[in-house]
Design a binder for this molecule. Structure first.
Ligand code: FMN
Length: 327
């Protein structure tokens, strides 16, 4: 067993969190991770009433220490959805991608609901804002991550965030973790656990489509690209400070770096793109995945991922002990 400030605060067995991935982390994945002793998060993401009822409802029914993940800047545009999420009384609410005023507002509301509040940050300035706003846990996510990220890498970001927070709240490392070697490294840096996205997308319980899962297993880290194309074609007003790491395909080869042209052509391109996504066309669809792809070789159960991550980390940490010599 590995006990940290994170496991103690949340009352979970293992310092392993499954990321709140939109359209991928449903109630089944979240509940499986929670049942295995980690923290399972449902990816509410941009918010969709039917998805919330089905997947947040499922995780709530299964119980334990589970949570939801919401992308703050999109909730402001969708009145009523935040209250719908709170209606399921998630014990943990993870917040990502908001400006300072949104962080303050959503943290206050989530704390008021009685939840433990996790805020994802990408630099030390965001860490200071989230800590001051009253977050119970910070997630520091580096640019190795699958999906949206800023530019700083995880390795120096973790100790830099710890220097800002002075360890006042548990810190979870995200971006570049897929096994126990990564968990051990995160703990050595001073983090209290890891959040894994890409690794959990490649599990039996994930909602990733068959084409996406097959790509996660077959693609290499060098196949990933950072792009805004999928945000532009969907018309989602992302802050341009963020790009999304995705497996490169025909769509990114055609449109990456041509955001203004794509925005102008959206009326023609979007319907075809939506139809391609509906038939799981991997040459067109978004397949967010991180630099860990070289470490992902199979589709396994989420419980197996939690278990192996912890046992490998225990082995890695035990290997370090004998390196210490007192002279
Ligand atoms: C397929 C996929 C979808 C994601 N969707 C979201 C999302 O909707 N909201 C969010 O906060 N983060 C999202 N992320 C980022 C994760 O929360 C997490 O920070 C990231 O996956 C960690 O890096 P890793 O992929 O190296 O494990 C997504 C990541 C992936 C791989």
């Amino acid at each position: 067993m590995i006990s940290t400030k994170l496991t103690e605060l949340l009352g979970i067995d293992h310092p392993v969190v499954s990321a709140p991935m939109g359209s991928v982390s449903g109630g089944g994945l979240a509940a499986a991770v929670t049942q295995a002793g980690g923290l399972g998060l449902v990816g509410v993401s941009y918010g969709d009433a039917a998805f919330i009822d089905e997947h947040v409802g499922y995780a709530a029914e299964r119980g334990g220490v589970w949570g939801v993940g919401c992308v703050m800047f999109t909730f402001d545009e969708r009145p009523g959805l935040w209250d719908k999420v709170l209606g399921y009384a998630p014990p943990v609410i993870a917040l990502s991608f908001g400006d300072a005023s949104q962080v303050r507002r959503y943290v206050e509301s989530a704390v008021h609901s009685g939840a433990q509040v996790v805020v994802q940050v990408h630099d030390t300035e965001q860490a200071a804002v989230a800590a001051r706003a009253g977050a119970s846990v910070l997630v520091a996510q580096g640019a190795e991550a699958g999906g949206h990220h800023k530019t700083q890498s995880t390795l120096p970001l973790i100790p830099a965030v710890l220097d800002v927070t002075q360890g006042a709240v548990p810190l979870v490392a995200a971006g570049g973790f897929a096994d126990g070697r990564g968990l051990a490294a995160a703990l050595a840096l001073g983090a209290d656990g890891v959040m894994m996205g890409t690794r959990f997308a490649a599990t039996e319980e994930s909602l990733a489509t068959a084409g996406f899962k097959a790509t996660l297993v077959s693609a290499a880290t060098t196949d990933t690209v950072n792009t805004r194309s999928f945000d532009v074609v969907r018309g989602i007003p992302w802050d341009t400070a963020y790009t999304a790491r995705s497996v490169g395909n025909s769509f990114t080869r055609t449109w990456s770096g041509r955001d203004a042209e794509l925005a102008a052509a959206r009326a023609e391109v979007e319907p075809e793109w939506v139809a391609a996504v509906a038939r799981d066309d991997t040459s067109q669809r978004a397949m967010f995945a991180g630099e860990v792809l070289d470490l992902v070789h199979d589709i396994r159960s989420a419980a197996d991922v939690v278990r192996s991550t912890v046992t490998e980390a225990e082995t890695a940490l035990a290997r370090l002990g004998p390196l210490l010599h007192t002279s």
